[in-house]
Write a protein that binds this ligand. Structure first.
Ligand code: NAI
Length: 300
């Protein structure tokens, strides 16, 4: 099969001044995409900011013969996001790919977490992804083509001590994907999420230097590049780390019909049947799950 190429396509990668985003931007540009390299240039906790980080990655892309534009907007800033999209349209006239990768951490146990830090993490990850997706949505619809990659995390899928804010935000991005995959389908807009595990400044206290050498962003980028391609699936949670890739899915048990107006005791007494994994299924949309209940009410 032919190599994956992005000639004639335009991509926006948020949070691309370092870490994983930088790698995604470099790889898309190397394969022919014109890339908007967005980064606020702040610290891991989201404080500070400078447009230098994005400019440095643009210089790298240009030096390698690629085409890129730097953008220093925060993904939380409506006007900044609108300008970023307008700059891309003014320069290149279309937007084929969005990788909503910008992110921060404000870790603390839930007991000690200030609600302002909960809100801020939701604003950057979930609202930042929604704002960027919304800003390119009509453009992609008019083009009848778009590829959007959101970023979730092991915490968003499974939880982690000290990351209630981050986990909620990252799970929210999965929820956003599940509906956008349905709404984007008829205009050939595919949306997927990546759940990476990689050695970056965000994980430097979690991954030992020895292992870090084998868990760089370049081990994740091939999966993300595939999700940006014409052959990309839609509605997939791709998990990745150290060169390994897998897919995560929500499954639901077949469950049990307890009759009309069941009692709490009946739920308790049928817990084994409710949780029985035989016949477990992953649903393509909420409607598919709902129809199970209609079927069960009818005795099916
Ligand atoms: P990183 O800290 O190197 O990259 C995040 C980038 O986003 C930074 O360059 C930062 O300046 C930028 N950024 C932060 N707030 C921004 C805003 N409001 N507007 C624009 N840019 C902003 O960390 P890393 O690891 O590369 O993270 C990339 C994404 O991958 C994040 O969404 C993160 O949550 C996610 N992730 C990373 C994992 C890992 O193992 N490294 C694990 C799971 C998820």
């Amino acid at each position: 099969m032919a190599d994956i190429r992005f000639d004639g396509q335009v991509a926006i990668v948020t949070g691309a001044g370092g870490g994983l985003g930088r790698q995604y931007a470099l790889e898309l540009a190397r394969r022919g995409a014109k890339v908007v390299v967005n980064d606020l240039g702040g610290a891991v906790d989201g404080s500070g900011g400078s447009s230098e980080a994005a400019a440095k990655v643009v210089a790298e892309i240009t030096a390698a013969g690629g085409v890129a534009l730097a953008n220093g907007a925060s993904v939380t800033d409506d006007a900044g996001v609108a300008r970023m999209v307008k700059d891309a349209m003014d320069a290149w006239g279309r937007i084929d790919i969005l990788i909503a990768n910008a992110g921060i951490l404000r870790d603390k146990s839930f007991s000690k977490m200030e609600i302002a830090d909960f809100q801020f993490v939701i604003d950057v990850h979930l609202m930042g992804t929604a704002k960027c997706a919304k800003a390119v949505w009509e453009i992609m619809k008019a083009q009848n083509y778009g590829r959007i990659v959101g970023v979730t995390s092991p915490t968003g899928l499974y939880g982690n001590f000290g990351q209630a804010n981050y986990g909620a935000a990252k799970a929210g991005i999965v929820g956003l994907m599940h509906t956008l995959k349905i709404e984007g389908a008829k205009n050939n807009i595919h949306i997927n999420v990546i759940s990476p595990v990689a050695a970056t400044r965000m994980t430097e206290n979690l991954i030992s230097p020895e292992i870090a050498k084998r868990m760089g962003p370049e081990e994740i980028a091939p999966g993300v590049v595939f999700l940006c391609s014409e052959e990309a699936p839609t509605g997939t949670i791709l998990t990745a780390g150290g060169g390994a890739f897998a897919v995560a899915r929500l499954h639901e048990t077949e469950g049990a019909f307890l009759g009309a107006q069941p009692s709490p005791e009946s739920v308790r007494d049928h817990w084994a049947a409710i949780t029985d994994t035989a016949g477990e299924a992953a649903y393509a949309g909420g409607g598919e799950q709902m129809s199970k209940f209609f079927r069960k009410m009818g005795g099916g």
